[in-house]
Each structure stands twice: as C-alpha cells, then as structure tokens.
Design a protein around this ligand. Structure first.
Ligand SMILES: [Zn+2]
Ligand SMILES: [Zn+2]
Length: 190
C-alpha cells in the first residue's frame, strides 16, 4: 500500500523542532494494524538510480534520514531498535540491492513500483506500511534542508522524511493538527 505526500505549499520551518518533539510526549499518532513482526529494524539509505552526482549531497540526505530514524527511535522509548545497513558509499554496488526493512531512496518518474513520480510539484514522496517499508522521495523536487529556503519553491527533506518514515514504521495519519503525522502539516500557517 502506497501512501501519499503531495506538494509542499507552505511550511513554517521554524516550527519543525517543535513538531518533532510533540510526537513522543503525547500519543498523537494512529497505529496501522500492519506491524513489523519484531522490534529490531534495519534501515538503509541507498542510491540505486545514481541520482546523486556528488558525495556531499548523498551524505547530507543520508544524515537527514538517520536523524529521522533517531527521532522515531527516541520517541519509541527503547521499544524499537534500528540498525543501519546502508551501502558504504554512493558508488558501492550494494546500492543496487535492497537489504533493509526500511528502504529509503530517491527516484524519478516510473521507478518500478505501483506509483510513478510526476516531476516537480505534485507527489513529492510515498511510503509503505509494514511489511513493505519503502520510503521513496521524488528526485525531481527542489529538496532543501535549510531553514532559509523559500517554502514556496523548496520541499523540506527533514519534515517529509520524518513523516514518511513514520508510515514505514506503521503509523497512520493523525487528525491532531500539529502532529508530524498530520496529512495537512504542510498547510499549517502561523
Ligand atoms: Zn516508489
Ligand atoms: Zn502521510
């Protein structure tokens, strides 16, 4: 089952740390009935389509994924453990092979699953509940990890990664307006 994340319209970037912290403190999420069969999860960030053209961008993107994993790990209070089984670098042949339960990558247009990406705008990412575990970002977007970036132009990888990895762990959308799993988080205005 693929889940959606549509175009980021407006996102108050300064709110990001607050939104992340709000999740563990109060149970503002909904668990999908599909769960991982145990609590030891592997994850990997890889580049099977060779979409990164330099090591620095690859490193930054992987770091954001690792931070999102850590946020969920901390919010689970020890109930989940995560092991990084990522390829050693972006040119390693390991990039071509899925090994992890939570498998994170960038792709463009048709990339071999049920839902093609659509170029810039529109769909920016999708993910699957357990035991699927995919987290795919549309490489055609203008991704950023900067608070300074214009949210009308750029999509914040930090927020989308946290949200999509939440789905891959089995979380559904939350109706709570400030929760990271709220499907309309991108339209929260302050
Ligand atoms: Zn996909
Ligand atoms: Zn979602």
């Amino acid at each position: 089952m693929l889940l959606e994340v549509y175009v980021v319209l407006v996102l108050n970037l300064s709110l990001f740390p607050l939104l992340g912290l709000s999740v563990p403190r109060s149970k503002r999420y909904v668990l999908n009935p599909e769960r991982w069969p145990d609590c030891d999860l592997t994850w990997a960030f890889r580049d099977p389509f060779h979409l990164f053209d330099n090591d620095e961008d690859y490193r930054v993107a992987k770091k954001i994924v690792a931070q999102s994993i850590r946020t969920w790990e901390e919010s689970a209070g020890g109930a989940l453990t995560f092991t990084d089984v990522s390829p050693h670098n972006r040119q390693s042949p390991e990039n071509l092979e899925r090994k992890a339960r939570i498998d994170v990558l960038f792709a463009r247009y048709d990339h071999g699953d049920k839902e093609s990406f659509d170029g810039r705008g529109g769909l920016v990412a999708h993910s699957g509940y357990p035991n699927d575990g995919i987290v795919h970002f549309d490489a055609s977007e203008n991704w950023t990890v900067s608070d300074e970036a214009d949210p009308d132009v750029f999509v914040d990888l930090r927020y989308v990664a946290l949200h999509e990895i939440g789905h891959a762990l089995g979380l559904e959308h939350s109706a709570f307006p400030f929760a990271v799993m709220n499907p309309f988080y991108r339209q929260i205005l302050f």
